[in-house]
Design a protein around this ligand. Structure first.
Ligand code: FMN
Length: 252
């Protein structure tokens, strides 16, 4: 296996940041690698906020659904879908004379492209970090608490927090089992989309059959209640809808 495939194979989300601090040199290499990621139209419709302040990391440990390990990270990188700078640039070169405010406003598709750009850069940072022996973990809860996070990072209207990563090193000698993945046949389809049925699901989720007897409910029911309709999921939905309305200029 070549070193890149090896890094991809061995990577796992790290939440135990009890090892030595990530050095400035390593952080700079990770950022440099992230910026080499592919980007739509070479426009880099993203910005990255590096978070080195312990105080800010502690705040995020609370506002991102109470995850204390965030506060122990060496640093965090917040990848923002950023169309604000493009909007401001287009205005700066005089396009306001030719186009209406509505025409100059970033569109829904720009938001999705910006999110693509930001997430691709983030994942490039993850792999670069892994290659340097630096662990990382995504924090999806960064999309929650819009009002608090916009204020904390001074985010303007056409900026959306697409991905948040925390970085650190594991204590020497620590290890844990790799997380499993679904069988490839449920993920990779040939040529056209394949709709899955009950028999497929029985096989796809077979690894939970024993546990289901213990729980007295299906894995699906357990997961749905924990992830899809829980308090944090409701808050994420509220917050994302509020970002969307603000981006699109829809009335509250
Ligand atoms: C978009 C996204 C959001 C995530 N959010 C969190 C999070 O808030 N907290 C956390 O501990 N892990 C989070 N994770 C990590 C996943 O739980 C982890 O990737 C998954 O369980 C697979 O484990 P592995 O990364 O070790 O292979 C997130 C991962 C992704 C891709």
């Amino acid at each position: 296996m070549n070193p890149i495939l090896e890094a991809i194979e061995k990577r796992q989300s790290l939440r135990n940041f009890g090892g030595p601090a990530v050095t400035d040199g390593e952080r700079k290499q990770i950022l440099h690698a992230a910026m080499r990621a592919p980007t739509a139209g070479n426009m880099m419709m993203y910005s990255v906020i590096q978070i080195r302040s312990k105080e800010t990391l502690q705040t995020l440990a609370e506002t991102c659904d109470h995850q204390p390990f965030i506060g122990k990270a060496s640093f965090g990188l917040l990848f923002l879908a950023d169309l604000q700078k493009w909007h401001d640039y287009f205005c700066a070169v005089g396009l306001e004379k030719e186009f209406t405010a509505e025409e100059l406003a970033p569109k829904a598709s720009d938001l999705l492209l910006g999110i693509n750009d930001a997430v691709i850069a983030a994942q490039t940072a993850v792999i670069a970090a892994e290659s340097l022996g630096v662990g990382s973990c995504y924090i999806g809860d960064i999309m929650e608490q819009k009002e608090i996070h916009q204020k904390l990072f001074s985010l303007p209207r056409w900026v959306f927090p697409a991905a948040f990563l925390v970085f650190g090193k594991a204590p020497e000698g620590s290890s844990r089992p790799m997380t499993p993945r679904f069988d490839e046949k449920y993920v990779v389809f040939d040529e056209t989309y394949q709709t899955l049925g009950s028999d497929d699901f029985d096989e796809m989720f077979a690894r939970y059959t024993e546990k289901e007897k213990e729980w007295g409910v299906s894995f699906g029911e357990k997961l749905f209640k924990r992830k899809m309709v829980s308090d944090f999921a409701m808050e994420m939905d509220r917050s994302v809808r509020a970002y969307w309305r603000e981006w699109m200029g829809e009335e509250e």
